[in-house]
Design a protein around this ligand. Structure first.
Ligand SMILES: *Cc1c(COP(=O)(O)O)cnc(C)c1O
Length: 391
C-alpha cells in the first residue's frame, strides 16, 4: 500500500499544502531569488516588497492592528517559544509568575517549564472532563505579579475550544498579558486577535493548508510589549527574529490564511457534518465508544474517540489504510497514554484506547464512510480476539 491509498485523517498533525498556495509560492523559489534584506539592489527590494505585502495579508487575516505587529517565524513552536520566553524575560523581574493550563501544546509547556527551572513561578491549571479551563479557577490563580497567561484557542488532540476572550479580560485586570496559541484554531474558527484581546497570538502555516516551516507571532498593540528576541543575528523582523526571512513560506502562509478565511463558513459546516457522521456511525456500531471532550465546543473536524477494551496502538497497527493519530503527533514516539486526556480525567485504559481523527479540506464523504467502517470492523475484531480463550 502506498501513501496515496491511505485515507488521511490526521489533519491536526499537518495539512497538505493547497495547490493554490503552492502556485502562489512557486515564483518565490526561482524568479524572486534575492534576499529581502538586500536593499541595495532592485531584486532585493522586490523581494522585500513581496514580504511586506505578505505581512499585510497575515496581519489582516489574524486581526492584527497593522503589519508591524507580525513577526514571521519557522512555525508555531518557535512563535510560542518567542512569545513565552521573550515576554517572561521582558516583564521580569517585577512579574515572575506564569499561568497556563495542562492541555497546552508541548511548545508552550516546555518553554514555561524551562522558565520555572530558571526561577519563574509556574501555575498549570487543570481542566474539566470537557478539556476546558474554568475561568473562576483562572481568576483565582492570577496574581499581581503574573506576567502572562497562555491559553490555546483550541486543543490539537480533542478540538476543545478554550474561553480565550474571557481569560484575556481576567489577565488584563491584573496587568498580565495573554498569549494564545491559535495554531489549531486558525483556519477552522473565525480568527481575530483583537476580538480575543490576545496580546500575543501564534499561527502556523502547515496547519492551515500552507507550507511547513513558516509561522507567525502577532504582537498586538506593537510597542506595548516587546519580547526579548531568542534568535540573535542580523536583526531581521524588527530585531525580534534574526535569520533570512523565508519568503516563499511567508507568501504561502499569507495565501493559506486568506483562502481559509474566505472559505471558512462553508468549509467548517461541511467538515463538521463529516465529523458528526463519522461519530454517528461509530457510536451506532460500537458499544463502549466515547467521544472525548464531547461537552466542549469543539473544532469542526476533530474527533477524539475512546474504544473501551482495545489498545489504541494495536488499533492503529491494524489500520494501515487509515492515517490517524493517538495523542499529539509531536509525542507519538512515547507509548504513554495522552497527557491531554489524562489531564481531563479520562481513565488510563480509556485514554490508551483513544484515537484522534482529524478531518479537513480534502476529506470526502466517501472516505469518512470507508474509514468509519474500517475502524468499527477492527475494534470488533480486536475485542473478539481478546475474548477468545488462549489455546
Ligand atoms: C502543530 C501545533 C504546534 C506546533 O506547530 P509547528 O508549526 O509545527 O511548530 C503548536 N501548537 C499547536 C496547538 C499545534 O497544533
Amino acid at each position: 500500500m502506498t501513501g496515496r491509498d491511505v485515507i488521511y485523517l490526521d489533519c491536526n498533525a499537518s495539512t497538505p499544502c493547497d495547490p493554490r498556495v503552492v502556485e502562489a509560492m512557486l515564483p518565490f523559489f526561482t524568479a524572486v531569488a534575492a534576499n529581502p534584506a538586500s536593499r541595495n539592489h532592485r531584486p532585493g527590494r522586490e523581494a522585500l516588497t513581496a514580504l511586506e505585502d505578505a505581512r499585510e495579508v497575515v496581519a489582516r487575516c489574524v486581526g492584527a492592528g497593522s503589519a508591524t505587529e507580525i513577526v514571521f517565524t519557522s512555525g508555531a513552536s518557535e512563535a510560542n517559544n518567542l512569545a513565552l520566553t521573550g515576554a517572561a524575560e521582558a516583564l521580569a523581574p517585577r512579574r515572575r509568575h506564569l499561568l497556563t493550563q495542562a492541555t497546552e501544546h508541548p511548545s508552550v509547556l516546555e518553554p514555561l517549564r524551562r522558565l520555572a527551572a530558571r526561577g519563574w513561578e509556574l501555575t498549570v491549571l487543570g481542566v474539566g472532563r470537557d478539556g476546558r479551563v474554568r475561568l473562576d479557577e483562572l481568576a483565582a490563580a492570577l496574581r499581581d505579579d503574573t506576567a502572562l497567561v497562555s491559553l490555546m484557542l483550541a486543543n490539537n488532540e480533542t478540538g476543545a475550544v478554550q474561553p480565550v476572550a474571557g481569560a484575556a479580560v481576567l489577565a488584563h485586570r491584573r496587568g498580565a498579558v495573554l498569549h494564545c496559541d491559535a495554531a489549531q484554531g486558525a483556519g477552522k474558527l473565525p480568527l481575530d486577535a483583537a476580538a480575543l484581546a490576545a496580546d500575543l497570538l501564534t499561527v502556523s502555516g502547515h496547519k492551515v493548508y500552507g507550507p511547513k516551516g513558516i509561522g507567525a507571532l502577532c504582537l498586538r498593540g506593537g510597542a506595548a510589549l516587546r519580547p526579548v528576541p531568542q534568535i540573535l543575528g542580523g536583526g531581521h523582523e524588527g530585531g525580534l527574529r534574526s535569520g533570512t526571512p523565508n519568503l516563499p513560506g511567508a507568501i504561502g502562509l499569507a495565501r493559506a490564511l486568506e483562502l481559509a478565511a474566505a472559505e471558512l463558513p462553508d468549509e467548517s459546516a461541511r467538515v463538521a457534518a463529516l465529523r458528526d457522521r463519522l461519530e454517528q456511525v461509530l457510536l451506532a456500531r460500537l458499544d463502549g465508544c466515547t467521544v472525548n471532550a464531547a461537552g466542549a465546543p469543539r473544532l469542526p473536524g476533530t474527533s477524539n474517540l475512546g474504544f473501551a477494551g482495545v489498545e489504541g496502538a494495536a488499533l492503529l497497527a491494524s489500520l494501515p489504510d487509515v492515517a490517524v493519530g493517538t495523542g499529539s503527533a509531536c509525542a507519538s514516539s512515547h507509548p504513554e497514554p495522552s497527557p491531554v486526556l489524562l489531564a481531563m480525567g479520562v481513565e488510563r485504559a480509556l485514554a490508551a484506547s483513544s484515537l484522534r481523527l482529524s478531518l479537513g479540506r480534502f476529506t470526502t464523504a466517501a472516505e469518512v464512510e470507508r474509514a468509519a467502517g474500517r475502524i468499527a470492523d477492527e475494534v470488533l475484531r480486536l475485542r473478539a480476539l481478546r475474548r477468545r480463550p488462549r489455546a
